[in-house]
Design a protein around this ligand. Structure first.
Ligand code: PRT
Ligand code: ZN
Length: 183
């Protein structure tokens, strides 16, 4: 029996289910259960928090998983990216308050950046020889500068509207996650 881990709910859920359907796989119990077996194919589907998917695959509890490349990189498990599916496109960026003068990464020296992507961000800061400090938080990153928790943020961006509504501007793009199916 093949085992696949997909997101239980959230941005990747619909497209993951759609993909399985397009493969002709029939699932009955939706995402109410933590796992389900396909009606017409020897496939078991696990519904998980996206953050847990790399570990499940690494532990071989699941054979494959559908997860954002950002999560895959942040968790840094020894597992292979075998295919880009073409959905969930976004980028990981650093943003600062609109009013801040920003010319280069040097302007972040000694400042605090709130992020849930501390591993990817630390690697980027090291590459740029920046000593900015990372403040790791697990969510609602965009409000951090507004409430005095940090000077800047590093988070995923797609349309840019969350940055805009929180008075932030994008100043560094760390990674662009390609959605192309063949790259
Ligand atoms: O509950 P669980 O832990 O499983 O889900 P989650 O809340 O951690 O993740 P979820 O469902 O928000 O996102 C799942 C995946 O979708 C991410 O890991 C990315 O690979 C991908 N993705 C694509 C995004 C976005 N676009 C995105 N815009 N994930 C999050 N966002 C958030 C971003 O963090 C920010 O808060 O949306 C906001 C910005 O969006 P814009 O459009 O305003 O720029
Ligand atoms: Zn998550």
């Amino acid at each position: 029996m093949l085992k696949i881990a997909i997101q239980k709910s959230g941005r990747l859920y619909e497209d993951s289910i759609k993909l399985l359907k397009e493969c002709g796989i029939q699932l009955n119990n939706g995402n109410k259960q933590l796992k389900t077996v396909a009606d017409n194919f020897p496939l078991e589907v696990y519904f998980l928090r996206d953050d847990d998917i790399p570990q499940y695959v690494f532990d071989a509890v699941a054979d494959v998983g559908i997860v954002g490349e950002n999560v895959l990189l942040e968790k840094n498990k020894d597992i292979d990216l075998v295919y880009r599916l073409g959905f969930g496109k976004c980028r990981l960026s650093i943003a600062v308050p609109k009013s801040m003068q920003y010319n280069s990464i040097k302007d972040l020296e000694g400042l605090k950046i709130a992020s849930t992507y501390s591993n990817i961000l630390q690697k980027y800061l090291d590459e740029k020889k920046s000593n900015a400090e990372i403040h790791e938080i697990s969510g609602s990153v965009e409000i951090a500068p507004g409430i005095g928790l940090a000077d800047a943020i590093c988070d995923l961006v797609s349309s840019g509207s969350t940055l805009f509504t929180n008075g932030l501007k994008e100043v560094e793009v760390i990674l662009r996650f390609r959605s192309s199916v063949d790259s």
